[in-house]
Design a protein around this ligand. Sequence first.
Ligand SMILES: [Zn+2]
Length: 90
Amino acid sequence: MEPNFRRCVSCRVVAHKNQLLRVVKEHSTGKLEVDRGMGRSAYLCWSFDCIHQAQKKKRLERALRSPVSPDLYQVLEKNVRERLGVLNPR
Ligand SMILES: [Zn+2]
């Protein structure tokens, strides 16, 4: 894979990492963060579908080797909502 390209854990599409949502298992604390921190990362499209699939099929758990709380999925969905709001201003 080209440098800086990553694969969505749900639909397996490959995109530049700037165009994917990043979930990070913070190296020092083991806490999961969205789009910040250093550590093992998993990537998702900016898409409710991919978030829902990830949750249903436990893709993030597997990729990050860590339990993922429902709160994290809500944070991801909020990020997508905000981004869609930015891209489609009323
Ligand atoms: Zn995807």
